[in-house]
Design a protein. Sequence first.
Length: 170
Amino acid sequence: MKQYRSLIRPLFSKIKTAKGASEYLTTITAEPRPLVLLFAADLCGAEVLNGGFLQLFYNPTGVVVPEAIEGLLVVGMPELAAVVEQAIKPLGSPYPRDQEDRQEALLRAPGKSLEEVAQIAKSAPHPFIGFREVTEKLNFDELSRQFWRLYRSENGGFVVAADRYAKSIT
């Protein structure tokens, strides 16, 4: 079993990511920062590995991205953190933690007109498919491939790096 997972497992019931930035930020303040960073890095990795950066940014889980970047740095994966930082650039600064704000930023980022976005949304069979079509020029697919490669290789891979970090904080 992944050792770091035993440390962060309790956080999955304590840290709230689905109800918006305010609740998330409140729930992480009650937990030790090193564990929050490890939790966020793990959650970010799970989302990107499952559906790429667009899925991470589209879903409520995207609220964890700033802590995930910091978490990737503390576990010793600066190249992976840099890929995440590159992926968030089109969303603007500060990073939009609220899901609705993030989704609006995703729609604005490619520079399409409101009419173009509306037409794409109207013809898409599902909202996520529409987001995918609108954002295809943002290079999320290539950045996701870079993430997947580095997740497995940098500093021994995420699991090895996360376990090493977990041992250093316990």
